[in-house]
Design a protein around this ligand. Structure first.
Ligand code: OAD
Length: 258
């Protein structure tokens, strides 16, 4: 049941921010990080795979793991949550999509100018000179998790390429973070989808919107109960809750034309 006060707030919002985490891609078959049993960090040790030290120690192990993840994303399709978010953008004057995800499922669902706070699996850079690689990555040939793959070399300095994602202990890209904080401060309504909200500074985004006076909505099957005024919780999978929110607020079913 979607509260009518939330529908009213969404219909009258001029500046809307959607902030997503791994849960928005879960129904596309991309594993989250912290879900019990299925989360990546339940099966893999982040210290061995997602830090600069891990890459220095064993670049082929780290590159191979990210190639496995890149292949899973290439095989996946955007789900109704990604499509509903792209559609929501058409109903407001100003729309900002901020994601912690390193996949490209939002873009493939039709969203543009997506702010990627944690980088992208598709955009490697050089571990030595930090330049972005301009050579398109090949389609990985069925790497398995745990298989070593030697990283390609930088065409500029010959250093090893690394995945273009933010690792533990690294700073977020400043331009993306500033744009995200700015949009959060200015919005009327923020929808936070599929995130555990434990990784900072990204997790500050919904707090910042709320303390700046916005309505904040959490969509997550495991969401905690509503804790404050101007806060709403839609407890369910994003692929069901977001299309329903779109339908009830704007009378639009996904895929409808005109
Ligand atoms: P988490 O794995 O921490 O949280 C995923 C959230 O999605 C959980 O709260 C789930 O309950 C929820 N969820 C699962 N299925 C869902 C569904 N169908 N619909 C909606 N929600 C669902 O992922 P993040 O919060 O994105 O960092 O993790 C934040 C960061 O931690 C990631 O960006 C990554 C990781 O280490 C980097 O890679 C730098």
């Amino acid at each position: 049941m979607i509260p009518s006060s939330l529908l009213t707030a969404l219909r009258s919002a001029r500046r809307l921010v959607v902030f997503t985490g791994a849960g928005v891609s879960a129904e596309s078959g991309i594993p989250t990080f912290r879900d019990a049993l299925t989360g990546l960090w339940q099966r893999f040790d982040p210290a061995a795979l997602a830090t600069p030290e891990a890459f220095r120690r064993d670049p082929a192990l780290v590159w191979g793991w990210y190639e496995w993840r890149r292949m899973k994303v290439l095989q996946a399709q955007p789900n109704p949550a990604h499509h509903a978010i792209a559609e929501l953008a058409r109903h407001v004057a100003e729309f900002t999509l901020i994601t912690q995800n390193v996949d490209d499922l939002h873009e493939r669902a039709g969203s543009d100018a997506v702010i990627h706070l944690h980088g992208s699996l598709q955009q490697p850079c050089c571990f030595a000179c930090a330049r972005s690689s301009t050579t398109p990555l090949a389609v990985p040939n069925e790497p398995e998790d745990g298989r070593r793959v030697e990283p390609p070399r930088c065409t500029h300095c010959g250093g090893r390429l690394r995945p273009g994602v933010v690792w533990f202990g690294e700073s977020l890209p400043a331009t993306a973070l500033n744009a995200a904080f700015d949009a959060a401060r200015r919005c009327d309504l923020l929808i936070s989808v599929g995130t555990s909200g434990v990784v900072y500074p990204a997790a500050e985004v919904p707090h910042l919107a709320w303390t700046s006076g916005a309505v904040v909505v959490h969509i997550n099957p495991q969401a905690a109960a509503r804790q404050a005024e101007r806060e709403f919780v839609l407890r369910g999978p994003a692929g069901e809750e977001l299309p329903e929110l779109l339908r009830q607020a704007f009378g639009r079913a996904l895929g409808a034309r005109g």
